[in-house]
Design a protein around this ligand. Structure first.
Ligand SMILES: Cc1cc2nc3c(=O)[nH]c(=O)nc-3n(C[C@H](O)[C@H](O)[C@H](O)COP(=O)(O)OP(=O)(O)OC[C@H]3O[C@@H](n4cnc5c(N)ncnc54)[C@H](O)[C@@H]3O)c2cc1C
Ligand code: FES
Length: 261
């Protein structure tokens, strides 16, 4: 983990209220899928806290990293109007990664189902890319409320992708879990990875339990320090310790480890 001042190389709108921000990755550590960074946005005391975002892609040949973010409050509003060439203050890479948590047995399985929703889309695009580069043929399932929220421009045509919308305005009509339930081709020798709203993660875990699949989730808890010091991001777990810090012990966990509320 290092703090560095980088320059924005590109900032584009990718769906309604969603942006992709590319910037120079100025340190040697290669960020892995599932890891995140924090950004100090602006020079004033508001917003005071650094904001966490998952890494959505990394291009080693140009040392360019990206995040995909949704405009939500003051911090992301300010970020959305920045320009190429502007400085941004980065701290990262933070947290574990899918590659550190997924067991060797699961890694060697045939079918890898990568499920993304909302602000969880960025890290799952990166995971699908990482799996593809490791010789796998992942199935990426993206759930959105409606067509306007689908980030078509950042999708990789070489990755088998299914779009699900709640209102049926694009792709499959229904949730990502509805899609998986209606698709008998997804056999039990599969691993499901998910990141998105908690009901979606819970649904993916339940589906994995019911159908004997392995499951891993990446959580996006509210955070203060982002580096394991404040205990402000804990989640309940089934392990001996009962609690884990999402920023330091996660954000990636085996789905069965989490005590869902
Ligand atoms: C590990 C991690 C990875 C993340 N990755 C991404 C990402 O790739 N893309 C992305 O768009 N966002 C991501 N987030 C969420 C992102 O950090 C928040 O949306 C952002 O901090 C909001 O800042 P703001 O100043 O714009 O909004 P604020 O004014 O701080 O909050 C605006 C609204 O967003 C909600 N909010 C704030 N933080 C979170 C959070 N962590 N989870 C859910 N709701 C939140 C608040 O409750 C409030 O309703 C991630 C969060 C974590 C912890
Ligand atoms: S945000 Fe401080 S311990 Fe996780």
């Amino acid at each position: 983990m290092k703090q560095f001042i980088s320059q924005i190389s590109d900032l584009q709108s990718v769906a309604e209220g969603y942006y992709r921000l590319d910037f120079q990755w100025l340190i040697d550590t290669v960020p892995r899928a599932g890891q995140f960074l924090t950004i100090k946005i602006g020079n004033s005391t508001s917003p005071l806290l650094r904001r966490p975002f998952a890494i959505s892609s990394f291009d080693a040949s140009t040392s360019t990293a990206s995040i995909i973010f949704q405009k939500r409050g003051k911090g992301t509003e300010l970020l959305s109007v920045m320009k190429p060439g502007d400085d941004i203050d980065i701290l990262g890479p933070l947290g574990n990664s899918f590659s550190r948590i997924v067991s060797e047995e699961d890694e060697s399985k045939e079918n890898h189902i990568v499920v993304a929703g909302g602000i969880g889309t960025g890290p799952m695009l990166y995971l699908a890319d990482e799996l593809k580069n490791n010789g796998k043929n992942p199935l990426l399932i993206i759930g959105c409320r409606t067509r306007d929220l689908v980030p078509y421009s950042v999708l990789d045509n070489s990755i088998n992708t299914v779009i699900c919308t709640d209102d049926g305005s694009a792709g499959f009509k229904g949730t990502v879990v509805d899609y998986m339930r209606s698709n008998p081709g997804l056999d039990s020798n599969s691993v499901i990875y998910s990141c998105g709203p908690e009901p979606m993660l819970k649904g993916c875990q339940l589906f994995a339990d019911e159908t004997g699949k392995s499951s891993y989730v990446s959580l996006e808890q509210m955070m203060a320090c982002g580096v394991g010091a404040c205990m402000g991001c804990t989640c309940e777990t089934r392990g001996e310790k009962q609690y884990a810090r999402v920023c330091k012990d996660g954000p990636v966990f085996a789905g069965g480890e989490i005590k869902w509320t």
